[in-house]
Ligand binder design. Structure first.
Ligand SMILES: [Zn+2]
Ligand SMILES: [Zn+2]
Length: 86
């Protein structure tokens, strides 16, 4: 029997390389991230003020399960907060 290969301790490199795990960290899966990445290419800047990066995916009808492209808007943190009255 050949010796089992030594597996080095895996460092959490994926966690370290993620810029920010705020809204995407919980409750959103793979499909959400894929759509976000796709839309980010189309709208790298906030769709409202175009002055900041579109870091937030806003659901226009406030239903996070409605992932139609027409229902999502890419907003910067400021515009997104304003939209939700916070
Ligand atoms: Zn904005
Ligand atoms: Zn929102």
């Amino acid at each position: 029997m050949p010796k089992a290969p030594q597996i080095p301790n895996l460092k959490p490199a994926v966690v370290a390389s993620a810029p920010r795990a705020s809204t995407t960290a919980r409750g959103y899966g793979h499909a959400h991230r894929q759509q976000r990445a796709r839309l980010l290419k189309r709208h790298p800047l906030c769709q409202r003020c175009e002055a900041d990066w579109s870091a937030h995916l806003h659901h226009i009808d406030r239903d996070p399960h409605n992932r139609a492209d027409a229902n999502v808007e890419l907003l910067c943190e400021r515009c997104h907060r304003a939209e939700h009255g916070r």
